[in-house]
Design a protein around this ligand. Structure first.
Ligand code: PLP
Length: 224
Protein backbone atom coordinates (compact mmCIF):
# COMPACT_ATOMS: atom_id res chain seq x y z
CA UNK A 1 0.00 0.00 0.00
CA UNK A 2 1.07 3.64 0.26
CA UNK A 3 3.07 5.26 3.06
CA UNK A 4 0.08 5.07 5.37
CA UNK A 5 0.14 1.90 7.43
CA UNK A 6 -2.69 -0.50 8.18
CA UNK A 7 -2.48 0.64 11.80
CA UNK A 8 -3.03 4.24 10.75
CA UNK A 9 -6.01 3.32 8.54
CA UNK A 10 -7.58 1.34 11.38
CA UNK A 11 -7.07 4.23 13.78
CA UNK A 12 -8.70 6.66 11.34
CA UNK A 13 -11.75 4.45 10.85
CA UNK A 14 -12.16 3.75 14.56
CA UNK A 15 -12.03 7.51 15.16
CA UNK A 16 -14.62 8.14 12.43
CA UNK A 17 -17.13 5.53 13.63
CA UNK A 18 -19.75 6.53 16.18
CA UNK A 19 -19.37 4.65 19.44
CA UNK A 20 -22.37 2.35 18.87
CA UNK A 21 -20.96 1.06 15.57
CA UNK A 22 -18.85 -2.13 15.50
CA UNK A 23 -16.08 -2.56 12.95
CA UNK A 24 -15.58 -5.87 11.18
CA UNK A 25 -12.39 -5.99 9.10
CA UNK A 26 -13.11 -7.78 5.80
CA UNK A 27 -10.06 -9.98 5.33
CA UNK A 28 -10.58 -11.76 2.02
CA UNK A 29 -7.32 -12.18 0.05
CA UNK A 30 -5.29 -10.53 2.83
CA UNK A 31 -2.24 -12.12 4.39
CA UNK A 32 -1.93 -13.28 7.95
CA UNK A 33 0.56 -10.48 8.62
CA UNK A 34 -1.85 -7.83 7.34
CA UNK A 35 -4.70 -9.12 9.46
CA UNK A 36 -2.43 -9.38 12.51
CA UNK A 37 -1.48 -5.73 12.03
CA UNK A 38 -5.14 -4.73 11.91
CA UNK A 39 -5.82 -6.66 15.13
CA UNK A 40 -2.83 -5.03 16.81
CA UNK A 41 -4.28 -1.66 15.83
CA UNK A 42 -7.60 -2.35 17.53
CA UNK A 43 -9.72 -4.49 15.19
CA UNK A 44 -11.73 -6.92 17.33
CA UNK A 45 -13.77 -8.68 14.67
CA UNK A 46 -12.56 -10.13 11.39
CA UNK A 47 -14.82 -11.24 8.54
CA UNK A 48 -13.99 -13.98 6.08
CA UNK A 49 -15.62 -14.97 2.80
CA UNK A 50 -14.08 -18.40 2.52
CA UNK A 51 -13.98 -21.19 5.09
CA UNK A 52 -10.54 -22.44 4.06
CA UNK A 53 -8.94 -19.01 4.17
CA UNK A 54 -10.45 -18.46 7.60
CA UNK A 55 -9.30 -21.84 8.85
CA UNK A 56 -5.65 -21.11 8.16
CA UNK A 57 -5.83 -17.72 9.81
CA UNK A 58 -7.85 -18.74 12.84
CA UNK A 59 -5.36 -21.52 13.50
CA UNK A 60 -2.74 -18.86 14.16
CA UNK A 61 -4.62 -15.72 15.25
CA UNK A 62 -7.75 -17.37 16.66
CA UNK A 63 -7.63 -16.16 20.26
CA UNK A 64 -6.86 -12.56 19.30
CA UNK A 65 -10.15 -11.64 17.59
CA UNK A 66 -13.69 -12.77 16.91
CA UNK A 67 -14.27 -14.41 13.55
CA UNK A 68 -17.29 -13.79 11.36
CA UNK A 69 -18.34 -15.60 8.21
CA UNK A 70 -19.43 -12.89 5.76
CA UNK A 71 -19.31 -14.83 2.48
CA UNK A 72 -21.81 -17.26 1.04
CA UNK A 73 -21.83 -20.48 3.07
CA UNK A 74 -22.81 -23.78 1.52
CA UNK A 75 -24.53 -26.23 3.85
CA UNK A 76 -21.86 -28.86 3.22
CA UNK A 77 -19.35 -26.50 4.88
CA UNK A 78 -21.67 -25.71 7.79
CA UNK A 79 -19.98 -28.23 10.08
CA UNK A 80 -16.54 -26.69 9.77
CA UNK A 81 -18.01 -23.20 9.93
CA UNK A 82 -19.81 -24.08 13.17
CA UNK A 83 -16.47 -25.01 14.72
CA UNK A 84 -14.53 -22.02 13.43
CA UNK A 85 -16.70 -18.95 13.62
CA UNK A 86 -18.11 -16.77 16.37
CA UNK A 87 -20.87 -15.48 14.09
CA UNK A 88 -22.35 -16.41 10.71
CA UNK A 89 -23.55 -13.23 8.97
CA UNK A 90 -24.89 -14.94 5.86
CA UNK A 91 -27.67 -17.28 6.90
CA UNK A 92 -29.97 -17.50 3.88
CA UNK A 93 -31.68 -20.91 3.81
CA UNK A 94 -33.49 -23.36 6.05
CA UNK A 95 -31.12 -26.06 4.85
CA UNK A 96 -28.11 -24.09 6.10
CA UNK A 97 -29.85 -23.27 9.37
CA UNK A 98 -30.58 -26.96 9.95
CA UNK A 99 -26.99 -27.99 9.18
CA UNK A 100 -25.55 -25.33 11.50
CA UNK A 101 -28.02 -26.22 14.24
CA UNK A 102 -27.13 -29.89 14.05
CA UNK A 103 -23.38 -29.34 14.34
CA UNK A 104 -23.72 -26.67 17.04
CA UNK A 105 -25.85 -29.08 19.08
CA UNK A 106 -22.98 -31.58 18.95
CA UNK A 107 -20.54 -28.85 19.94
CA UNK A 108 -22.88 -27.70 22.70
CA UNK A 109 -22.80 -24.13 21.50
CA UNK A 110 -25.34 -21.61 20.30
CA UNK A 111 -24.20 -19.83 17.14
CA UNK A 112 -25.15 -16.17 16.70
CA UNK A 113 -26.32 -15.63 13.12
CA UNK A 114 -27.42 -12.71 10.98
CA UNK A 115 -29.89 -13.30 8.16
CA UNK A 116 -28.58 -12.08 4.83
CA UNK A 117 -31.08 -9.88 3.03
CA UNK A 118 -31.04 -9.59 -0.75
CA UNK A 119 -32.04 -5.96 -0.58
CA UNK A 120 -31.38 -5.33 -4.28
CA UNK A 121 -33.45 -8.35 -5.36
CA UNK A 122 -30.48 -9.43 -7.47
CA UNK A 123 -30.73 -12.82 -9.19
CA UNK A 124 -27.04 -13.48 -8.75
CA UNK A 125 -26.91 -12.65 -5.05
CA UNK A 126 -27.77 -14.78 -2.07
CA UNK A 127 -30.13 -13.71 0.64
CA UNK A 128 -33.74 -13.58 1.69
CA UNK A 129 -35.99 -10.94 0.11
CA UNK A 130 -36.89 -8.13 2.52
CA UNK A 131 -40.60 -9.02 2.56
CA UNK A 132 -39.80 -12.68 3.36
CA UNK A 133 -37.53 -12.03 6.35
CA UNK A 134 -40.12 -12.41 9.11
CA UNK A 135 -41.56 -15.65 7.67
CA UNK A 136 -38.06 -17.04 7.16
CA UNK A 137 -36.97 -16.29 10.70
CA UNK A 138 -40.23 -17.70 12.05
CA UNK A 139 -39.40 -20.94 10.25
CA UNK A 140 -35.84 -21.20 11.58
CA UNK A 141 -36.59 -19.98 15.11
CA UNK A 142 -37.28 -23.60 16.11
CA UNK A 143 -33.56 -24.36 15.83
CA UNK A 144 -32.29 -23.97 19.36
CA UNK A 145 -28.57 -23.97 18.62
CA UNK A 146 -28.59 -20.90 16.44
CA UNK A 147 -29.78 -17.50 17.59
CA UNK A 148 -30.78 -14.77 15.16
CA UNK A 149 -29.09 -11.54 16.26
CA UNK A 150 -29.89 -9.31 13.31
CA UNK A 151 -29.62 -8.75 9.58
CA UNK A 152 -26.85 -8.27 7.07
CA UNK A 153 -26.98 -6.94 3.52
CA UNK A 154 -24.55 -6.26 0.71
CA UNK A 155 -26.85 -4.39 -1.70
CA UNK A 156 -26.01 -3.65 -5.31
CA UNK A 157 -22.71 -1.88 -5.99
CA UNK A 158 -22.78 1.73 -7.14
CA UNK A 159 -20.01 4.26 -7.75
CA UNK A 160 -22.14 6.75 -5.86
CA UNK A 161 -22.82 5.46 -2.31
CA UNK A 162 -25.89 7.68 -2.08
CA UNK A 163 -27.57 5.24 -4.49
CA UNK A 164 -27.21 2.49 -1.86
CA UNK A 165 -29.43 4.35 0.57
CA UNK A 166 -32.81 2.83 -0.51
CA UNK A 167 -31.39 -0.69 -0.12
CA UNK A 168 -30.04 0.04 3.33
CA UNK A 169 -33.36 1.58 4.25
CA UNK A 170 -35.30 -1.47 3.05
CA UNK A 171 -33.06 -3.67 5.19
CA UNK A 172 -33.58 -1.41 8.18
CA UNK A 173 -37.36 -1.65 7.67
CA UNK A 174 -37.11 -5.46 7.65
CA UNK A 175 -35.00 -5.25 10.83
CA UNK A 176 -37.69 -3.20 12.57
CA UNK A 177 -40.48 -5.56 11.47
CA UNK A 178 -38.52 -8.54 12.73
CA UNK A 179 -37.71 -6.85 16.02
CA UNK A 180 -41.44 -6.16 16.44
CA UNK A 181 -42.43 -9.75 15.69
CA UNK A 182 -41.22 -11.04 19.06
CA UNK A 183 -40.05 -14.46 17.83
CA UNK A 184 -38.30 -16.99 20.08
CA UNK A 185 -34.49 -17.40 19.71
CA UNK A 186 -34.33 -13.94 18.18
CA UNK A 187 -32.51 -11.07 19.81
CA UNK A 188 -32.17 -8.20 17.36
CA UNK A 189 -28.84 -6.54 18.07
CA UNK A 190 -26.93 -6.07 14.84
CA UNK A 191 -27.66 -4.44 11.52
CA UNK A 192 -24.58 -5.22 9.42
CA UNK A 193 -24.38 -3.05 6.32
CA UNK A 194 -21.94 -0.72 4.64
CA UNK A 195 -18.49 -1.30 3.19
CA UNK A 196 -15.53 1.01 2.50
CA UNK A 197 -17.42 3.19 0.03
CA UNK A 198 -20.81 3.18 1.67
CA UNK A 199 -20.48 2.85 5.42
CA UNK A 200 -21.30 6.45 6.25
CA UNK A 201 -24.58 6.23 4.34
CA UNK A 202 -25.28 2.83 5.95
CA UNK A 203 -24.76 4.26 9.43
CA UNK A 204 -27.15 7.09 8.62
CA UNK A 205 -29.70 4.43 7.73
CA UNK A 206 -29.23 2.55 11.00
CA UNK A 207 -26.25 0.21 10.56
CA UNK A 208 -24.44 -0.57 13.81
CA UNK A 209 -21.96 -2.99 12.26
CA UNK A 210 -19.86 -2.15 9.19
CA UNK A 211 -17.62 -4.47 7.17
CA UNK A 212 -14.57 -2.71 5.81
CA UNK A 213 -11.75 -4.13 3.71
CA UNK A 214 -10.25 -1.73 1.19
CA UNK A 215 -10.13 1.26 3.54
CA UNK A 216 -8.07 -0.79 6.00
CA UNK A 217 -5.87 -2.90 3.76
CA UNK A 218 -5.80 -0.98 0.47
CA UNK A 219 -7.13 -2.11 -2.92
CA UNK A 220 -7.34 -5.85 -3.45
CA UNK A 221 -5.04 -7.25 -6.09
CA UNK A 222 -6.96 -8.02 -9.29
CA UNK A 223 -8.03 -11.66 -9.60
CA UNK A 224 -5.54 -13.69 -11.66
C1 PLP B 1 -15.18 -7.59 0.61
C2 PLP B 1 -16.37 -7.46 1.47
C3 PLP B 1 -16.56 -6.33 2.27
C4 PLP B 1 -15.62 -5.15 2.30
O1 PLP B 1 -15.55 -4.53 1.07
P1 PLP B 1 -14.58 -3.25 0.85
O2 PLP B 1 -15.21 -2.54 -0.28
O3 PLP B 1 -13.25 -3.81 0.53
O4 PLP B 1 -14.58 -2.48 2.10
C5 PLP B 1 -17.69 -6.31 3.08
N1 PLP B 1 -18.58 -7.31 3.10
C6 PLP B 1 -18.41 -8.42 2.36
C7 PLP B 1 -19.42 -9.50 2.43
C8 PLP B 1 -17.30 -8.53 1.51
O5 PLP B 1 -17.16 -9.62 0.76
Amino acid sequence: MSEISIAEYVARILRALPEHVTLVAAAKTRTLEEVAQAIDAGVEMVGHNYVQEAQAMIAVLGARAQWHMVGHLQSNKAGVAAELFDMIQTLDSVKLARALDRRCAQLQKVMPVLVEVNSGREEAKAGVLPEDVVAFVREISRFEHIRVEGLMTMGPFFDDPEKSRPYFRATRDAFDRLAGAGLPNVEMRYLSMGMSDSYLVAIEEGANMVRIGTSIFGPRPAAP
